[in-house]
Ligand binder design. Structure first.
Ligand SMILES: Cc1ncc(COP(=O)(O)O)c(C=O)c1O
Length: 312
């Protein structure tokens, strides 16, 4: 086991060593970290739902009614009816025929990519896509072409060069997780259609944030019906936990049959599903949550742009 110490030492040396910090209390605008009160700017809790009374009440009710765990994978006997209710709500907000829940966004991405793509296929992946997409590409065994961030010229060139491959899929974050910029969806849709390629959008950070109803990148650009596969998470703007894929019925049925992270894992706990349903109801009932978010974004950006003269 000596290699562990050596690897850790090398991580420290290169500034890549990670440590955990303890947070106390719920997610909010401020946080208590290591006993110190700080302003929270790192969380994905964009709408402040992670500690919302309606989500907590829904979770408590489901806990009382259905217990703490689902007991098995959904294909065995863990398919509580709550799953279907949440999936219908997700499909509606995403403007898609159907949806399928996954335990996490990480599992959704590796599950979708490894189920759909295989050796002999090509995946085109933006250079700044999330790690779970990168891992999904690797697990699929398809050839992966990483195009420079949002470079549509480079993507088109790669598409032209791979005309004779079997299946092809372009995959992109909707809002990029680290830089916060939005993918050029209209160009991606055009290219995917021109070259007969599937298009997958990871809307982990855009769900609840972009679009008049919080439907995400597809709704923002009025192109939801031209995206083949949309995934998203319930753990960011929706303030809970879990993830989903939205698309047509055939995609859903295929993933139920072939996505290993769906098949071989325990269904989400009832309280988690119920808080997801409550979050989507709030998204619909309180559009002002999104208005407030964008006002806060504008306020923060404006404030950061002010260059104060250095103190004498
Ligand atoms: C773009 C993106 N996709 C997927 C995920 C994974 O989601 P989860 O945290 O539900 O596993 C994340 C999480 O940070 C993300 O930022």
């Amino acid at each position: 086991m000596d290699f562990l110490r050596e690897r850790l030492a090398s991580l420290k040396k290169s500034g890549l060593y990670r440590t955990l910090r303890e947070h106390h209390g719920p997610q909010g605008a401020t946080a208590c970290i290591d006993g110190k009160e700080v302003v929270q700017l790192a969380s994905n809790n964009y709408l402040g739902l992670a500690n919302h009374p309606r989500l907590k009440a829904a979770a408590r009710e489901a806990l009382e009614a259905f217990g703490s765990g689902s007991g098995a994978s959904r294909l065995v006997c863990g398919n509580l009816a709550l799953n279907g209710k949440l999936e219908d709500k997700i499909a509606a907000v995403k403007g898609q025929e159907s949806a399928l829940l996954f335990s996490t966004g990480y599992m959704a991405n590796i599950g979708i990519l490894a189920a759909l793509m295989e050796e002999g296929d090509v995946i085109f992946s933006d250079a700044l896509n999330h790690a779970s997409i990168i891992d999904g590409c690797r697990m699929s065994r398809a050839q992966t072409v990483v195009y420079p961030h949002k470079d549509m010229g480079a993507l088109e060139k790669a598409l032209m060069e791979s005309k004779h491959s079997r299946k092809r899929l372009v995959v992109t974050d909707g809002i990029f997780s680290m830089d916060g910029d939005i993918t050029p969806l209209p160009d991606l849709v055009t290219l995917a259609e021109r070259y007969g390629c599937m298009l997958m959008v990871d809307d982990a950070h855009a769900t609840g944030v972009l679009g008049a109803h919080g439907g995400g990148t597809g709704e923002h650009f009025a192109l939801a019906d031209r995206v083949d596969i949309t995934m998203g998470t319930l753990g960011k703007a929706l303030g809970g936990f879990g993830a989903f894929v939205a698309g047509d019925h055939t995609l859903r049925t295929f993933l139920i049959n072939r996505a290993r992270p769906f098949i071989f894992t325990t269904g989400l706990p009832p309280a988690v599903i119920a808080s997801g349903i409550a979050a989507l109801e709030l998204l619909e009932a309180e559009p002002e949550l999104r208005v407030r978010l964008w006002e806060n974004v504008a306020f923060f950006r404006e404030g950061m742009a002010i260059k104060r003269p250095l103190d004498p």
